[in-house]
Ligand binder design. Structure first.
Ligand SMILES: CC(=O)N[C@@H](CCC[C@H](N)C(=O)O)C(=O)O
Length: 385
């Protein structure tokens, strides 16, 4: 049975009501599996990964396969408390689909549903991925050998929703779509003490303040202004009470650049600043970096040219050429290994990605499905040049 627009919206709303953090997508995985099991199973094969139990792969067997085409969606949510009131509001306190992965998953289910009813020519491999926001679920799956044998992938596609594009618009570009990122954790070891005796302590909060201010000069003063980079510290923990000097501070952040060279340059400058502060404040500063799978999202030239041309020429699709953005994605790792294209789907929300008032327009779901079903049909009928 082909899912109606109403059913797709119900699926999205159910997913929205059960958001789960990276690597904990247990209810989401069970629900997605239940939806897939309601589809015609004639040409479907489901693969689970015991070492990555919230992931799911589905093969749709083609009628005359020349290749395996992959389609990936991510399923995890964020530690954000939703502000919008609705009948499908998050039932998991403090967790919200604030990045639209509920939309991504529903679009993937819609495309899969279509091809379960209309056998494709090529094999299609759907990857329902856990842990995009952290912990690199895509990389973990790849490194576990998920995309091997019948589930190998020759070319890979995936989307991200975009609140700044009009609903249903497909956005893409040749080259780099998203930045590469690196998570950075800094622990400052000072010495705690009485608020009245600062000379007998070593205030980790003062060191953290200096560290944060100095690091901001990396972007404003160390990098070529024509190129770009981002350093955001989203979390700072220090101290226990107003009249005890903090002995330790912990800062968590993310570094972004459109090239791997830029990311490495920023890392080096942060380490140099930490070393300088260790000397000037006579303290110890540990800096840990973790890039995981968040490589720059570099679209494959041949596949992306074909994708963009199709979207531009299709009268039912509104296409926009987009600028690179500093968002990260571990799809960057997957398309570093397997040629692929990532694109945006406009969802026109006043609230930004990662914000408590993110409110995507659900009408984008059907548009995304139609654009991708159309593209895959076209791509499968092309003779390979
Ligand atoms: C699309 C999006 O918002 N992706 C996340 C990816 C997280 C990357 C990693 N955990 C980091 O923080 O560096 C993003 O924040 O851009």
């Amino acid at each position: 049975m082909t899912l109606s627009n109403e059913q797709l919206i119900q699926i999205r709303r159910h997913l929205h009501s059960i958001p789960e953090l990276a690597m904990h997508e247990i209810k989401t995985h069970a629900y997605v599996l239940q939806v897939i099991q309601s589809f015609s199973q004639t040409n479907l094969e489901i693969k689970e990964l015991p070492e990555l139990p919230t992931a799911l792969l589905v093969l749709v067997k083609g009628s005359n396969p020349q290749r395996n085409i992959g389609y990936r969606c991510d399923m995890d949510a964020l530690p954000v408390t939703e502000t919008h009131e609705s009948s499908y509001k998050s039932t998991n306190p403090g967790v919200m689909h604030a990045c639209g992965h509920d939309i991504h998953t529903t679009v993937a289910l819609g495309i899969l549903n279509y091809f379960s009813e209309n056998q494709p020519k090529d094999n299609l491999v759907f990857f329902f991925q856990p842990a995009e926001e952290s912990e690199s679920g895509g990389k973990v799956a790849y490194d576990l050998g998920a995309f091997s044998g019948d589930f190998h992938i020759d070319e890979f596609y995936g989307l991200h929703d975009n609140p700044l594009l009009k609903t249903g618009v497909i956005g893409c570009r040749m080259g780099t779509l998203f930045a590469g990122t690196t998570e950075v954790n800094i622990t400052i070891h000072g010495k705690s003490g009485h608020a009245a005796y600062p000379h007998l302590a070593n205030d980790a909060i003062v060191i953290a303040a200096n560290f944060i201010n100095q690091v901001q000069t990396v972007i404003s003063r160390s990098i070529d202004p024509i190129k770009c980079g981002v350093i955001t510290f989203g979390k700072l923990d220090a101290g226990v009470i107003r009249n005890v000097i903090a002995g330790e501070a912990r800062i968590e952040g993310t570094i972004r650049g459109l090239t791997q060279d830029m990311i490495e340059f920023i890392r080096q400058r942060i380490s140099e600043i930490a070393e300088g502060l260790e000397k000037s404040f006579i303290c110890q500063i540990d800096v840990d970096y973790n890039q995981g799978g968040y490589y720059p999202v570099e679209n494959n030239p041949k596949l992306t040219k074909r994708f963009i041309n199709y979207m531009k020429e299709n009268k039912n699709v509104a296409f926009e050429e987009t600028e690179p953005k500093m968002t990260g994605e571990d799809f960057g790792y997957l398309i570093n290994k397997i040629p692929g294209t990532m694109f945006w789907l406009g969802v026109e929300s006043k609230g930004a990605l990662h914000s408590a008032d993110f409110l995507p327009n659900e009408a984008a779901i059907q548009k995304g499905i139609e654009a991708m079903v159309g593209f895959l049909g076209y791509r499968m009928n092309l003779e390979e040049e």
